[in-house]
Ligand binder design. Structure first.
Ligand SMILES: *Cc1c(COP(=O)(O)O)cnc(C)c1O
Length: 368
């Protein structure tokens, strides 16, 4: 067989034969596969973004504020009100999606000769971030029901001594949030190897009442980082704005690896305008949580096995053939996610109509 043009290029050996991230982007009626907010951006927010972007356009001849100062203040204000934890602008970092935030973290704290650990099944990007910075990736393990205990997480960190540990809470794809005792145990075990502990709270705004954010643990823990994103709860996946909260020393360290002016003036303006309307946008979060809880109840009623969800999606087992169920749904115009775990699928909680459409189609599949 002849080499493909890509294979003929002098690419880095560790990239050879690898696949890029590739959730299907199909244009169907109900896109419930990548956990976006399926509501349109409210008109009032569209107007505010357009106005701010227009103002920013007038000085696009100049580089943007490298330290995105106004945006950091707004992000700190939002997190403080959302989590009741007082945070200052110096504790905030942002980039083009939490994907880039995570890349900055690994560029600063991992890199060649160091290792990065997470606990599959979890966000499929973690090994790819590690590969991108030439770090070894260590796949930890979970209980058979995909939960994590403080003792088990601590023991695995002590055994492998990675430089960065990523906990995903609520976890994608399983949906369940970690108790803070797990984060606490991970941080204590990680302290022995001066390991950075990252809690990816991409779905933090959807957590169940009574579930606390790891933001409440930041004080006095200089190697703890909590990442968030505007891609999910803020209905801004297309805006590409992710952020984190940590000690001011951590955000200082990330300045060493970011490219100059990495957040465009357009991005800063759009994100800032959306944050001005956080209350309006959070109203849809409550609607989505209602559909999420409905999905869990109704899937259970259909004899399936949904996992408890603190996110805007539900992971469920009990299917005879997940691939056949996925195809049946797609034939009905409903795209969900097959994460490659036998008998399981993951579905985003959408509008009430989308959720009804999904449940109806799945019931037809089960009764075929
Ligand atoms: C969707 C998601 C993100 C968000 O990535 P962005 O780059 O901010 O869009 C981060 N972490 C997890 C676990 C996710 O599911």
């Amino acid at each position: 067989m002849t080499e493909s043009p890509l294979e003929a290029l002098p690419i880095r050996p560790e990239l050879r034969g690898q696949q890029p991230y590739g959730a299907p982007q199909l244009n169907v009626e109900a896109m419930l596969n990548v956990n976006e907010t399926t509501y349109d951006v409210p008109e009032e927010v569209v107007e505010a973004i357009a106005e701010q972007v227009r103002a920013a356009a007038q000085s696009l001849n100049r580089y943007p504020d490298r330290e995105f100062t106004a945006l950091r203040h707004k992000l700190a204000g939002f997190l403080t009100s959302e989590s009741a934890v007082a945070l200052s602008a110096e504790q905030i970092w942002a980039a083009n999606g939490s994907n880039e935030v995570m890349q900055h973290i690994l560029q600063a704290f991992a890199g060649p000769g160091r290792s990065v650990m997470s606990f599959p099944p979890t966000y499929s990007m973690y090994p790819l971030y590690a590969r991108g910075v030439n770090s070894e990736y260590i796949a930890g393990t979970r209980s058979p029901d995909f939960t994590q205990t403080p003792e088990d997480v601590a023991a695995q960190i002590r055994e492998h001594r990675p430089k960065v540990v990523i906990l995903c809470s609520p976890n994608n794809p399983t949906g369940t949030a970690l108790q803070l005792e797990v984060v606490e145990a991970a941080y204590r075990a990680a302290a022995e190897s001066e390991t950075i502990v990252v809690v990816d709270e991409a779905y933090g705004e959807f957590r169940q009442p009574g579930t606390e954010s790891a933001l409440s643990m930041l004080a006095g823990r200089p190697r703890l980082i909590v990442t968030r994103t505007m891609s999910k709860a803020f209905a801004m996946a297309g805006g590409r704005l992710g952020y984190l909260a940590a000690s001011p020393a951590v955000t200082d360290a990330l300045r060493l690896v970011r490219l100059p002016y990495h957040l465009s003036a357009i991005t800063q303006a759009a994100a800032g305008a959306a944050l001005d309307h956080a209350q309006n946008l959070m109203a849809n979060v409550e609607r989505i949580k209602t559909q999420r809880d409905r999905l869990v109840v109704e899937l259970r009623g259909m004899g399936l096995d949904p996992h408890p969800s603190d996110a805007n999606f539900v992971f469920f087992g009990g299917l005879d053939d997940a691939t056949a169920a996925w195809q049946h749904l797609l034939d009905d115009g409903i795209l969900v996610r097959d994460v490659g775990i036998a008998h399981h699928l993951r579905v985003t909680a959408g509008t009430e109509a989308e959720t009804t459409g999904f449940l109806t189609s799945l019931a037809t599949y089960l009764n075929r």
